[in-house]
Design a protein around this ligand. Structure first.
Ligand SMILES: *[C@@H]1O[C@H](CO)[C@@H](O)[C@H](O)[C@H]1NC(C)=O
Ligand SMILES: *[C@@H]1O[C@H](CO)[C@@H](O)[C@H](O)[C@H]1NC(C)=O
Ligand SMILES: *[C@@H]1O[C@H](CO)[C@@H](O)[C@H](O)[C@H]1NC(C)=O
Ligand SMILES: *[C@@H]1O[C@H](CO)[C@@H](O)[C@H](O)[C@H]1NC(C)=O
Ligand SMILES: *[C@@H]1O[C@H](CO)[C@@H](O)[C@H](O)[C@H]1NC(C)=O
Length: 844
């Protein structure tokens, strides 16, 4: 394999953009050509934590009416503001396996962001890919499979960007656990010994076939930005890893937009710029918040003035930052347009406050306009996703849905998960875990306008049916629980397990969960209820797989529902499923094991030298169970319905004949050369103190002083060359890679008949077994899913397109995607292990 490390790759040049991007670049270049170095640097560097209304704010270019760009979390709705929807989590969206709904969710989130004046939305999350069951942020992304992550990520990007907001897919790449993601995140005790972020080791084949896969999808969908992760990959920080950014993203996958650092994930100035980072956020060095100290800002200006970073690189950064706006909306945000500026503050909820409330600085002004960003579409979409995300795991004797005919007149609702955390449903970044789990915690949390609890929603329906309700949230003292469980005709027990982002620790869970058990002694609660109530239903809301073994086979645990955090309509959706107004149709987006040692561990010990390392090459989720012949409790893709379905009539039609080798892509475009700006006096770039006085802690692009040269020559990283490096990989050439990878080779159809007596949705999943070679065995992979609603007795068609990439494997020798000759078995079924239909194609 050739060494691409740190070769500077020049301006978009080598990449064949689609027409849209070419047009966007032409417009972006016009703007960039007219900008000074200071103006360009302003757009690359955040102005600092709290220095602007959003979670990240770039500098502005007043001369050209370009406002400070507003970057805001997040993936489940707009963070740090009011009058927005608390959407179901990414993991919930993934559980719906409903493409149309996943797309609508993206659109709804994008629409609310637009109303609030957000220019760049930090969503969707497609990494973590979900290797580790306890991974803290798995609930933000779509489930433990690259195909699911990729298709859901691309649909979300389309939805967001259609609303005129630039999407940033995150976190690139190998951010599979929260612990040790960043040195200095936790101090005291053991944490002191951490001397670098965790290093994720990913092999070339796993990189392409698993981790990189969804990134190809979002790039293909035209994503405007990509956020690089906190961790290291193969020994180099993700945000200064030239192989990852310059080569994999910008060359092989043809990414046209900008790479922005996770907040404080930048670890060097010149090196990160040369490695392909385009924007640093929030501007400062990690942990040194509000210090005004940045790797870029003035130092980027200095590195341009002293010729350490070529001007072409800066032009490339700014072109990449501006082009996405032209690509999605044909125009840049404009400071003269009110609708382009945020009307909320991430740092205060007061209507009037100081201009920089975080720094307690500046005159009093209106900081929040409390604009209601919700509309019928966004609200309805949040509810629909919540409904379809609920997975029915067990319903042996059909005691669900709840019915008076089943003798249910006295209903017990038990568990903290049925109610609100004593601190409320709107705790800071959703760290309140002693109640219904509307959300995981961290930057992906939203301040929902309300949270409908299971108790509230169920009690209403039960009252309408003249039922008597008992209610307890005691999970430790069981005398009362035992009493009321005796009398209940049916009991519904609400239990949870949460996780979140690494900067918040809850009960010894440093973002990641410290175990796969339910929280708050829930197993004991379930057993106390089930030992006394013959119809006990368990409803689990969790951010990942939980151990079901203590109660799943209990004869009185007659039904079990699972869902990921469902946002503000959690209680509504669950109550509708419990009472049969909605027929559950979600599927598990991960595997639930019988033994916890069958999951991949969180690295939670710091080695002597303080540099934790993580091998991410173990088979992902169901692949591991399948290849090792391990029977899980519930497999990936599993989920029941109140109805029954029968699959038939698998047909496979060849659309395009496959070829073994990828065809060569069209010639790459030539590099566009900007005229170099003749840098005038250093004095011109000094801080214009006469014009204005600096805001404390704010990062400006101006030089600190006239000394632009260091004592020593700059020592470039090994392998760096200033010459443009025109590597044109055969696997590249288009958005998301070689365009032929996206050709449909086969069209597969099946039919499904609803043989039960209630209407409902059915999801067909398509898996492929690849031919086995002497030295290779590709595990069975998900390569399609489709969902339809079917009335009782009716039949509907489901359809899958098999793309070239779906049957390709990564050849590490050729550095290309190839199709291995042989027999491909195609299965269509209702989970990764219930494969009702099979067919095959022979490739010679
Ligand atoms: C850089 O951005 C800041 C903050 O928006 C602004 O005050 C300043 O005028 C900008 N500088 C230039 C050179 O445009
Ligand atoms: C935010 O509210 C202010 C005040 O009503 C308004 O001027 C501005 O246009 C609004 N911004 C957006 C994005 O709607
Ligand atoms: C990372 O390192 C491993 C082991 O040294 C190597 O096999 C692999 O190709 C490297 N991965 C990438 C993405 O460079
Ligand atoms: C697992 O972690 C949760 C949350 O911190 C805790 O409540 C529970 O007791 C732990 N369970 C076990 C078996 O350690
Ligand atoms: C130019 O400035 C950058 C940023 O401060 C510095 O890292 C680099 O060493 C300087 N280069 C030279 C040749 O002095």
């Amino acid at each position: 394999m050739k060494l691409f490390a740190l070769a500077y790759l020049g301006v978009l040049n080598i990449l064949l953009a689609t027409k849209v991007w070419q047009g966007a670049y032409a417009r972006a270049r016009d703007v960039v050509s007219d900008m000074t170095v200071l103006e360009k640097v302003n757009l690359t560097t955040g102005t600092g934590w709290g220095s602007g209304p959003c979670i990240g704010n770039t500098g502005s270019v007043p001369r050209l009416d370009i406002p400070a760009l507003c970057l805001q979390d997040g993936p489940n709705g707009v963070r740090f503001t009011d009058f927005v929807t608390g959407f179901p989590s990414g993991m919930a969206a993934g559980s719906t396996f409903n493409k149309d709904l996943i797309y609508k969710r993206g659109k709804a989130i994008g629409r609310e962001a637009k109303v609030k004046g957000v220019n760049i939305l930090l969503a969707p999350v497609i990494g973590p890919i979900g290797l580790k069951a306890q991974g803290g942020r798995n609930w933000e992304s779509f489930g433990s499979d690259p195909y699911l992550q990729g298709s859901a990520g691309a649909l979300t990007v389309e939805g967001i960007q259609e609303e005129g907001v630039v999407a940033v897919a995150r976190h690139f790449i190998g951010n599979e656990q929260e612990r040790y993601r960043q040195e200095n995140e936790w101090t005291g005790g053991d944490w002191d010994r951490l001397s670098s972020s965790i290093n994720s080791v990913i092999k070339d084949k796993q990189m392409h076939e698993i981790y990189l896969w969804p990134w190809a999808d979002v790039i293909h969908a035209g994503v405007g930005g990509i956020m690089c992760a906190y961790n290291k990959v193969n020994g180099t920080y993700a945000c200064e890893n030239s192989y990852l950014l310059n080569y994999l993203l910008k060359t092989e996958l043809g990414f046209q937009g900008f790479v922005v650092s996770d907040w404080g994930a930048q670890h060097s100035g010149v090196d990160s710029a040369l490695a392909g980072l385009d924007m640093t956020m929030p501007g400062e060095i990690f942990g040194d918040w509000c210090s005004g100290k940045s790797y870029w800002g003035p130092l980027l200006t200095r590195a341009i003035y002293n010729d350490t970073i070529p001007q072409a690189r800066l032009n490339d950064m700014v072109s990449r930052i501006l082009a996405p706006f032209f690509a999605i909306d044909l125009t840049l945000p404009n400071s003269a347009h009110e609708e382009d500026s945020p009307n909320f503050s991430s740092w205060t909820f007061h209507t009037y406050d100081q201009e920089f409330p975080f720094q307690s600085y500046g005159p009093i002004k209106q900081t929040n306009y409390h604009i209601d960003a919700r509309d019928d579409f966004t609200t309805k979409t949040a509810l629909e996703v919540a409904r379809e995300a609920i997975v029915l795991l067990k319903n042996d004797a059909h005691h669900l849905p709840i019915s008076e005919n089943d003798g249910v007149r006295r209903l017990l609702i038990a568990g903290l998960g049925a109610t609100v955390d004593p601190k409320g449903f709107n705790t800071k970044d959703q760290q309140g875990v002693n109640g219904a789990l509307f959300s995981g915690w961290g930057s992906a949390a939203v301040n929902p306008p309300y949270g409908i609890t299971p108790y509230e929603a169920i009690a209403k329906k039960a009252r309408e049916r003249n039922m008597v309700i008992d209610f307890t949230t005691d999970q430790y003292d069981f005398d009362h629980v035992d009493d009321i469980a005796e009398y209940a005709d049916m009991a519904v027990v609400f239990v949870t397990a949460s996780s979140g982002e690494g900067y918040i620790e809850v009960d010894g869970n440093y973002g990641d969960r410290k175990n796969v058990s339910l929280w708050h002694n829930s197993e004991e609660l379930i057993l106390h209820v089930a030992n006394r109530c013959r119809k006990t239903i368990v409803v689990i809301t969790s951010t990942g797989p939980v151990d079901l073994e203590p109660f799943i086979d209990h004869e009185n645990v007659v039904a079990v529902l699972w869902s990921a955090p469902l946002g503000q309509f959690l209680g509504t959706a669950i109550s509708e499923v419990l009472f049969g107004e909605v027929n559950p149709s979600g599927r598990l987006p991960f595997t639930i094991a019988r033994k916890s040692d069958q999951y991949v561990d969180i690295i939670d010990k710091i080695p002597i030298k303080g540099k934790p390392e993580d091998d991410l090459n173990r088979l992902l989720d169901y692949r591991y169970f399948d290849e090792n012949g391990i029977r899980p409790r519930y497999e990936f893709g599993y989920g029941l319905s109140y109805s029954k379905f029968s699959l038939s009539d698998l047909s496979i039609k060849e659309v395009l004949p496959p070829t073994i080798e990828l065809p060569y892509p069209a010639p790459y475009l030539d590099e566009y050369l900007f005229a170099e700006e003749k840098l005038r006096d250093v004095d011109d770039a000094l801080f214009p103190f006469n014009d204005f006085s600096p805001v404390p802690g704010f990062i400006y692009p101006y030089l600190f002083n006239e000394k632009i040269y260091s004592v020593n020559e700059y020592e470039y990283p090994a392998g760096y060359t200033e010459d443009d490096y025109h590597e044109e990989p055969v696997s590249g050439g288009g958005l998301g890679g070689n365009e032929a990878l996206w050709n449909t080779l086969y069209s597969v159809k099946v039919e499904v008949t609803n043989i039960g007596d209630v209407e409902g949705a059915y999801i067909a999943e398509l898996y492929i077994d690849f031919p086995v070679g002497p030295d290779r065995k590709t595990p069975r992979q998900l390569r399609g899913y489709d969902k339809v609603y079917v009335k009782p007795g009716a039949t509907a068609k489901l359809h899958f397109d098999i793309l070239r990439r779906d049957i390709s494997i990564w050849d590490t020798e050729d550095q290309s995607w190839v199709i291995v000759p042989g027999t491909y078995k195609l299965y269509v079924g209702s989970s990764s292990r219930r494969l009702e239909l099979a067919g095959e194609v022979e490739i010679l």
